[in-house]
Design a protein around this ligand. Structure first.
Ligand code: FE2
Ligand code: FE2
Length: 225
């Protein structure tokens, strides 16, 4: 069962202490979902200052009324993270949301399915944004590879992926199971191959050319997307 900490009814000065207490009470590998009524960015910066390398930060819903973010305690507490480990963790996380979505859809639990898919859609679009706006430009600057390099291919595949997300979103809204299945299959096909290329080529290459400091900067900027 997912641990949830809803701080919306709490007086503001009690919120951060409660959140950090909840985090400290987690075992490595566990997480909780924070529910708030505003963008919790100052909280992220506080986590980055006080718990560097100890946590993961995965937004599940970003307004306009409710903000939900999954805050996880990493199994390894190490401030020197790699691009591969960070983004691969996000790939796996998204895979498991997709699986939840498909299970819910299969058994006709439409409300759950649509919530799961919204989480997946937000998470994958955010993941793509992190790659296109933070990682790829840094990679391109270092290597000088732009139009013919691996990031060029990845960007083209992202466009295809976003098109399929849109299709599934529309199909989920109209509860069109056949259309969902068709587009989900196409999406998982592209995504499987795409993620593999990133995890085996692009991310390790990035880890090879960035300094430890640069890697940490990429990850900190990524968390704030
Ligand atoms: Fe990608
Ligand atoms: Fe990726």
């Amino acid at each position: 069962m997912e641990k949830i900490l809803d701080v919306r009814e709490m007086v503001p000065r009690e919120r951060h202490p409660r959140i950090f207490d909840t985090f400290k009470g987690l075992n490595p590998g566990e997480c909780f979902v924070l529910v708030n009524d505003h963008e919790p960015r100052p909280l992220l910066y506080q986590f980055q200052n006080e718990h560097d390398g100890e946590f993961d930060w995965w937004p599940l819903e970003q307004g306009p009324q409710v903000w939900r973010v999954e805050i996880a305690k990493r199994k390894v507490n190490d401030p020197n993270r790699t691009i591969t480990e960070y983004l691969q963790t996000d790939h796996r996380r998204l895979d498991s949301i997709m699986e939840r979505f498909q299970n819910a859809k299969q058994t006709g639990r439409w409300e759950e399915a649509s919530r799961d898919f919204r989480e997946f859609n937000l998470g994958l679009r955010r993941h793509i944004q992190i790659e296109e706006e933070i990682l790829f430009p840094a990679f391109e600057d270092k290597t000088g590879m732009r139009d013919a390099g691996p990031t060029f291919v990845m960007r083209m595949e992202h466009t295809e992926i976003k098109g399929l997300l849109e299709k599934i979103l529309n199909a989920a809204d109209s509860k069109n199971a056949t259309q969902i299945d068709e587009s989900s299959r196409a999406l998982l096909n592209i995504l499987g191959d795409h993620n593999m290329k990133e995890e085996h080529i692009l991310y390790p290459e990035s880890d090879g050319i960035f300094s430890d400091f640069e890697k940490v900067q990429v990850i900190k900027k990524a968390q704030a997307v």
